[in-house]
Design a protein around this ligand. Structure first.
Ligand code: GTP
Ligand code: MG
Length: 203
């Protein structure tokens, strides 16, 4: 059994330059605006409202750092979760959008404490250009000590047939509903595994 027993907001930053020191392993949650980045963080740590979520796209505007304490077999493991602004948020001016995108990609590229990129994709819109670009981008900057995990969000919006089809097309993908808490335990195990190494048994 893996659990997060403690989680706290640490600080916000605008970019890699004003981010806090990078000695702790980090998991970044990235994806389109409104895909459910902040919501999955809250579901994983089991704290409503730790990361601010909203039905209005563009809610998260800064890079937000959270400390998380995992517990497995009575041992604790420390890491950080990083909530990012969404890619492709349309309702800001073009120059501001470019500035954001530059900041974000710069952060993803330069922040060497990132051990895991969690790319969230809306399970109802799984082949959007913006996600393809994001996937390609992350793969292009991925170092040997970093991993990429794709998670489909908002599974509760799919019917059984759609869920089966998605699982067939993406046999290794994780399918999660943050609001219904489906798939959250599995996602947590997968994240823990990426951070702290092979675990042969999940029980
Ligand atoms: N039905 C359903 N809605 C969800 C789920 N996860 C998130 N949402 C909703 O989707 C909206 C956006 O969620 P956020 O977590 O704020 O999304 P975000 O990716 O952080 O958005 P930005 O910060 O704007 O980039 C909110 O209205 C959430 O309640 C889910 O699993 N199921
Ligand atoms: Mg957000």
């Amino acid at each position: 059994m893996i659990k997060i027993t403690e989680s706290n907001f640490l600080t916000s930053a605008q970019g890699v330059e004003d981010s806090l020191s990078d000695e702790v392993s980090e998991v970044v949650f990235l994806g389109r605006s409104n895909v459910g980045k902040s919501s999955i963080i809250n579901a994983l740590v089991n704290k409503k409202g730790l990361a601010k979520s909203s039905s209005t796209p563009g809610k998260t505007r800064l890079i937000n750092f959270f400390s998380v304490k995992f517990m497995k077999d009575k041992q604790t493991y420390i890491a950080r979760f990083v909530d990012l602004p969404g890619f492709g948020y349309a309702k800001v001016s073009k120059s501001m959008k470019n500035e954001w995108q530059k900041n974000l990609t710069n952060f993803l590229n330069k922040r060497r404490s990132i051990r895991l990129f969690v790319h969230l994709v809306d399970s109802r819109h799984r082949v959007l250009d913006i996600d393809k670009n994001l996937d390609e981008y992350v793969r292009s900057i991925l170092h040997g000590d970093q991993k990429l995990l794709q998670i489909f969000t908002k599974a509760d919006k799919l019917n059984q047939k759609e869920k089966s089809a998605l699982k067939k097309d993406f046999p290794n993908a994780l399918l999660v509903s943050s609001s219904k808490k489906n798939g959250i335990d599995k996602a947590l195990m997968s994240i823990f595994d990426s951070l702290f190494g092979e675990i042969k048994q999940y029980d």
